[in-house]
Design a binder for this molecule. Sequence first.
Ligand code: ADP
Length: 486
Amino acid sequence: MAVSPLRSIRVRLTFWYAMTLAVILAVSALFSYHYFSHNLSEQVDFQVREIARTLDRNRDDILRDSAAAQNCDLLQGLIHSHNWGSFLLLRDASLQVLCTSDNLVDRVLPFGPVARQQVRWLHEHLETVDLAGGGKLRLLSYPLVNNGRLAGVIQVAQELGPLFQTIEELRLIYLVVGPFAIFWLCLGCWLLAERLIAPVLEVTEAAQGITADHLSRRLPLGSHQDELTQMVACLNQMLDRLEKSFRRIRQFSGDASHELRTPLTILRGETEVTLRWAKTPEEFRDMLRSNMEEIDRMERIIESLLTLAKSEVGELTLEMKEFSLSDMVQELYLQSRLLCEAKRIEVQLLLDVNEEIRIRGDELRLRQMFLNLISNAIKYTPEDGHLEIILAMEGGFARVNINDSGIGIPAEHLPHIFDRFYRVDKARNRMDGGTGLGLAIVKWIAEAHGGGITVSSEVGKGSSFSVRLPVAGPAEGKHPRSTILE
Ligand code: ADP
């Protein structure tokens, strides 16, 4: 599935980074713009007030009634000594201009009705006014008070041009730097996202190559021990499991078709030969008898396969009820004595228990399980051999052992003998009529009852199959897939 470019992580990541930065920049620009402009105008106001206060402290000198020219000289002296660059204008009590600073040349500072009214009420008045030649001024009209009466007015003005210029510069910086920063961040983000996404694309590409035919391939792990590596390792483990079960299913279907094809080939071959050559009813009867054996064999295989398949999907029901395992073992002993007669195998029963053992389980299936083990023991034990059935208790479990003095199982085959269609001696078992499914069913029955089966064997000496069954019945939820009917 192709990802639309607009929906790709790379585009989304870059977009959201750019948006976040743009918002942060806009907010910080607005904040600092207001902060600086407010701070700078506060500074101007402070300066003009300071000048006015200094002059107020010298009001007696600069407002001497007698000599206006002298007053002006004094004011100029103060301006020079303090190195003030502001515009200054001194008015007398009747608000007439007494003198101005040199930098005003011929101009006079505005003195509107509001300012006049304010100073008459002995209040200072601060305002922003337009300068005649353009630009703006911050103008303070400050009353000079003597004995509670207005003695004069000092006007101090500061040009706002440089201040506005600083603020304007700040605005320009933000306007230029902002988009520039956003551009570089987008670029950086785009490249970073590419690096981050590269391993994901690599894994996606590798995953596309993993099909049922190439299930042994694995996803590249990457060199970083990060979350992605963890996820890939997890997916690889899942592929391991899938590969194993795929192999098992393939093996199973291969084995099943092989097992069914062999009797079919025999059936066909024998039928063809008989149809071509047989003449007498006796010859036809022989062919049908032989065919019947093969049909029997196929029927057994299909029935066993059906049992296993049903047990796997949980469709097989166990009819659970309490019964005496001691009685069952004794009946099995009597049955096996009859079965062993032909091969003159001696059967022994050992009840290693003090009282009758009763268990909960499916009596029919358990009997089928034990008979399977007993018939295997007889099948793989030579004439005049020995068979032993033991019943014992072991930590809350009943244990039934079927021991024989037969041919035994080589150690390398032991881990596989419960697998479907597994046979130690493939050629001989077919002749014996074995399907290779008996022990798989035995294992399922034991586990479905909450127990298990183990085997120990020595070649030439014999084998011992040990079945463990819980006395109280299978624990809830512990039995393999199967339905339990109470
Ligand atoms: P089969 O129908 O071929 O007997 P099973 O599943 O019952 O299939 O047994 C699997 C294989 O385990 C047998 O083919 C045989 O080689 C081996 N086996 C089972 N029981 C015994 C035993 N008591 N002694 C020796 N080999 C045994």
